[in-house]
Design a protein around this ligand. Structure first.
Ligand SMILES: Cc1ncc(C[n+]2csc(CCOP(=O)(O)OP(=O)(O)O)c2C)c(N)n1
Ligand code: SF4
Ligand SMILES: [Mg+2]
Length: 274
């Protein structure tokens, strides 16, 4: 049987995105389709899982299996899917609120578990879908209708958490560079274990000043660090709008509890039935 060669457009579904014109998430969708074409992924062997939010709409627009789940719950769903069907390429995706706020607990433990999944976080430092509430990555002095004077809260450094919790691949990228982003997504999918890509993806409606990211982002200036400690230094003290691959680890991916756990579960169920 000859292999079907697909173009990026073949990975777009028939559903037209309803994001605001100029939203950064269009660039992310384009990059995902380019990465899938580069890796020659088969839609029937690929699954994209999300929670809720503007960013989390993205599985509907991709020609692959898609699961639009509950707010904050993309990672446990993706984890279960990958453990049950290790033959699939599994990606989880969503926004900064979805992954770092309500889904923050799952984010931390997904890094620790290191199941072979690629996570794409479209970080616009705001809750876009619910009309502009501050998220864990919102700057302390950014005024919103709920906090006209800013929250005065320290933003969450999610990439630092990813590194110390054990993520095996960590990168920061920019939606305005779909070709560079596609390269990073392909690299992350190919890297064993849990990969985290934080994508600076402007919300042009509730954070119009983020349009300037196209001038401010320092593209592809980061290179993989030699140690987690060095990578931590980069994400805690380096420029926050610098992009590139920050960390490539070699932890073996977690592939499930093995047959003994299945036997233990059978015994447990027998115990309940007795
Ligand atoms: C359990 C639950 N709590 C709250 C909401 C409301 N809600 C929907 S999306 C969202 C935040 C989305 O922000 P983010 O994940 O950053 O995505 P964006 O819209 O910015 O892309 C919230 C709070 C919900 N749908 N479900
Ligand atoms: S509200 Fe913001 S994040 Fe949502 S679609 Fe519009 S620009 Fe994109
Ligand atoms: Mg957001």
């Amino acid at each position: 049987m000859t292999e079907q060669i697909r173009k990026p457009a073949d990975y777009k579904s028939a559903i037209k995105p309803i994001w605001c014109p100029g939203c950064g998430d269009y660039g992310v969708l384009s990059a995902i389709t380019k990465a899938f074409a580069k890796l020659r992924l088969e839609p029937e062997n690929t699954a994209v899982v999300s929670g809720i939010g503007c960013a989390a709409r993205i599985p509907a627009y991709i020609n692959a299996y898609g699961f639009h789940g509950l707010h904050g719950r993309a990672l446990p769903i993706a984890t279960g899917l990958k453990l049950a069907r290790p033959d699939l390429t599994v990606l989880a995706m969503g926004g900064d609120g979805d992954m770092y706020s309500i889904g923050g607990n799952h984010f931390m433990h997904a890094c620790r578990r290191n199941v072979d999944i690629t996570l794409l976080v479209m970080d616009n430092r705001i809750y876009g879908m619910t009309k502009g509430q501050p998220s864990p990555t919102t700057e302390p002095d950014f005024p919103t209708h709920l906090y006209p004077d800013g929250t005065h809260l320290q933003p969450l450094n999610a990439l630092a958490i990813a590194l110390v919790a054990g993520a095996n691949f960590v990168a920061r990228t920019f939606s305005g560079d779909p070709n560079g982003l596609a390269e990073d997504i392909a690299m992350a999918i190919n890297h064993p274990g849990f990969s985290v890509i934080e994508i600076l993806s402007p919300c042009v409606t509730f954070r119009p000043e983020q349009r300037d990211w196209k001038h401010q982002v320092q593209r592809n200036v980061l290179t993989p660090a030699a140690s987690v400690a060095e990578a931590l230094q980069v994400v805690t003290t380096g420029p926050e709008l610098a992009t590139g691959v920050i960390w490539k680890g070699d932890r073996p991916p977690y592939e499930g509890p093995g047959e003994k756990a299945g036997i233990a579960l059978d015994r447990l169920l027998e115990g309940f039935a007795a």
